[in-house]
Design a protein around this ligand. Structure first.
Ligand SMILES: NC(=O)c1ccc[n+]([C@@H]2O[C@H](COP(=O)([O-])OP(=O)(O)OC[C@H]3O[C@@H](n4cnc5c(N)ncnc54)[C@H](OP(=O)(O)O)[C@@H]3O)[C@@H](O)[C@H]2O)c1
Length: 267
């Protein structure tokens, strides 16, 4: 007997699933967390502050018996990562989808970044890995399948244009390029090892999504000229790609880096 073909609504639905997203209180994380809730998932958000996480979780949409939760996690601290994942499983019963999204930034560029500041940037990828491995072990224990999404960046694929920043602000940090390039390649490595465990691993790489409230207007103007679509991305423009990778709609996608960048990396 052949299995009936799932409908497109069934494929993109996250009903009965639990999704954990780190750094959910941020500019892009908040839009992706809303996407997960709107697709039907119970969402566990993490923040370094319980209060900030609780406040944000309370804003997520609820339909039927959906429930959202907040846990504290600092991805620079292995104990905090393991305890956050354990709390998520305890609160929500399980985790089916994990978004490693939060990043502790450091604005220094190649001119003046110190060794310690550089290490602080790339350390974020160790946090992504340790949390990702907790998730993989949890999926294996449950004998089920799961989707792990790491947030990369177009700056893990291409260099930045020096003239986009010169005289306005620091250039994009060299440590950030090392971090994001590493995350994209770690995606491929983990996807190859964890496919047999039922865990798909993909990277979602945003292009230029400056926060319009804080980014220098002149920098935005210059960045707009560097992109075929001649405009910056808005957080909701990541929602579709996030759910594609999280849901059964992406069931045969693993080891990929999906760039959502208005064509930035096309030329
Ligand atoms: N915006 C863009 O143009 C752009 C482009 C490409 C890629 N990205 C990537 O997209 C992701 C989200 O960026 P965003 O623009 O939304 O940044 P954001 O607004 O600064 O949010 C980042 C989040 O990371 C969390 N965070 C910071 N340090 C952390 C730590 N040590 N442990 C755990 N979480 C920590 C913060 O949450 P709490 O303070 O609540 O802990 C914060 O909400 C990042 O990975 C970023 O590199 C952004």
């Amino acid at each position: 007997m052949t299995t009936p073909e799932p409908t497109i609504h069934e494929l993109f639905s996250l009903k009965e699933k639990v999704a954990f997203i780190s750094g959910a209180t941020g500019y892009l994380g908040s839009a992706m967390a809303r996407a997960l809730a709107e697709a039907g998932a119970n969402v566990v958000v993490s923040s370094r502050s319980q209060e900030r996480g609780d406040e944000f979780a309370a804003t997520l949409p609820v339909e039927g018996n959906q429930q959202h939760y907040a846990v504290v996690m600092d991805q620079k601290d292995e104990v905090s990562i393991k305890s956050a994942f354990a709390s998520a499983c305890e609160l929500a019963g399980k985790v089916d989808v994990l978004f490693n999204n939060g990043t502790q930034g450091d604005g220094h560029d190649w001119n003046d970044v110190s060794y310690e500041q550089f290490v602080t940037q790339v350390e974020n990828s160790a946090g992504y890995f340790v949390l990702g491995r907790e998730f993989r072990n949890h999926i294996v224990e449950r004998k089920t399948t799961g989707s792990l999404i790491l947030i990369g960046s177009m700056y893990g694929v291409v260099a930045s244009y020096p003239d986009a920043y010169e005289g306005v602000c620091n250039a994009s940090p060299v440590g950030y390029h090392a971090l994001k390039g590493g995350i994209i390649h770690m995606t491929r490595h983990l996807a190859a090892y964890w496919a047999q465990d039922g865990v798909r691993v993909n990277c979602l790489s945003p292009g230029p999504f400056p926060n319009f409230d804080i980014a220098p207007a002149e920098m935005i103007k210059r960045l707009e000229t560097k992109n075929p679509m001649k405009r910056m991305g808005h957080p909701h423009e990541l929602k579709g790609a996030a759910i594609l990778l999280a849901s059964e709609a992406g069931s045969y996608i693993t080891g990929q880096n999906l760039l959502v960048d208005g064509g930035w990396t096309a030329w």
